[in-house]
Design a protein around this ligand. Structure first.
Ligand SMILES: [Zn+2]
Length: 260
């Protein structure tokens, strides 16, 4: 079991052999370290010579354990699901405390990093700018099909850092994968295209893009094929009815996709 062998390597701090240094944390390394481990990480930083009242505060933060109730294990959606935290009054008394503590760690960390001289804002801003560039490529396809009014902005959200395609009114679909920090090039473009399509589908309930030949799924816009895929390192729009390739993202034409 991978999890068990990993567990053997965990030292008295509860972290593995590798732990992110503050400069790495400010550059996005915390995306892969759950916030319940951040107090222990703060302890590592203290031991390494970094010091500030906020760092001490984070190091002393108590995060109740994961297995404090029967619902802890079965809850779907990961530990930081914004809504899926279902707590039955009796069984999961430890869960709200755990999430409250992790929320506190999330809120504290940017200030902690700044207090010891490492500002996470530049790396986050660069990440958002990269995502916006990808969305700007997708904008060509929105324009060419007559959907230019749905110009998307990159919206940065929480932990792990994720960017979503946001409609001009600020609404977006955060239920999909969104764009993550380690993505770049065509992988990022693929996620950007997927996020645009998902936001259009979930918010104004528009299926986009739709194949000019086959149309969308005959039954429902919710039943079709995935609209975008990464094929041989190229992000392609796909026909949501039959699944064939339409055009690379950013190269859609009015002949290939239905226009408004
Ligand atoms: Zn088609």
């Amino acid at each position: 079991m991978v999890r068990e062998s990993r567990r053997e390597k965990i030292d008295r701090f509860g972290l593995g052999d590798w732990w992110p240094r503050p400069e790495q944390a400010a550059a996005g390394a915390l995306d892969h370290l759950p916030a319940d481990q951040w107090p222990m990480l703060a302890g590592k930083w203290l031991a390494a010579g970094f010091d500030s009242p906020l760092l001490c505060q984070l190091a002393e933060l108590q995060v109740p354990g994961r297995d404090t109730g029967p619902s802890a294990r079965s809850r779907a959606g990961g530990w930081m699901a914004p809504r899926g935290v279902v707590v039955s009054g009796k069984a999961g008394a430890g869960i709200p405390a755990r999430f409250a503590a992790m929320r506190q760690a999330l809120d504290l960390m940017p200030e902690v990093l700044r207090s010891i001289g490492f500002d996470p804002a530049p790396a986050d801003e660069a990440f958002v700018a990269r995502c916006q560039s990808a969305l700007d490529v997708v904008r060509h396809d929105l324009d060419i099909t007559g959907y230019g009014q749905y110009r998307m902005r990159a919206h940065f959200g929480g932990w792990p850092a994720t960017v979503y395609a946001t409609l001009p009114d600020g609404s977006y679909w955060g239920g999909g994968q969104g764009m993550s920090r380690e993505e770049e090039g065509s992988g990022l473009l693929c996620s950007a295209a997927d996020s645009v399509s998902a936001t259009l589908k979930e918010i104004p309930e528009i299926e986009w893009p739709v194949c000019a030949v086959h149309g969308g799924h005959p039954g429902s816009i919710w039943d079709g094929e995935e609209p975008v895929g990464l094929i041989k390192k190229v992000a392609w729009w796909r026909c949501t009815n039959t699944g064939h390739l339409l055009a690379p993202v950013g190269q859609l034409t009015a002949d290939l996709a239905k226009t408004l």
